[in-house]
Design a protein around this ligand. Sequence first.
Ligand code: ZN
Length: 80
Amino acid sequence: MERPKEVDDLYDIAGKFADLSGWALIGGRCARCEREGWINRDWLEAKFSNAIISELTPKLRCRKCGNKGNNRWILGKPFR
Ligand SMILES: [Zn+2]
């Protein structure tokens, strides 16, 4: 799979995952090492269906360096 392209900060666009358009990909970017990781959206929507995205920021944890607490949600667009 090709890497998605980051287009925006996620919570500038939507309050909840369910508000996002169908094509949107959801990921996180590490504030320390800049690693980006893409997260399965069906899983997110099922697990956090009524959650406000910005309030989930503390749950984002970097799989590379372990940084947690100030990472960013990012919105991605798939390549076609
Ligand atoms: Zn990191």
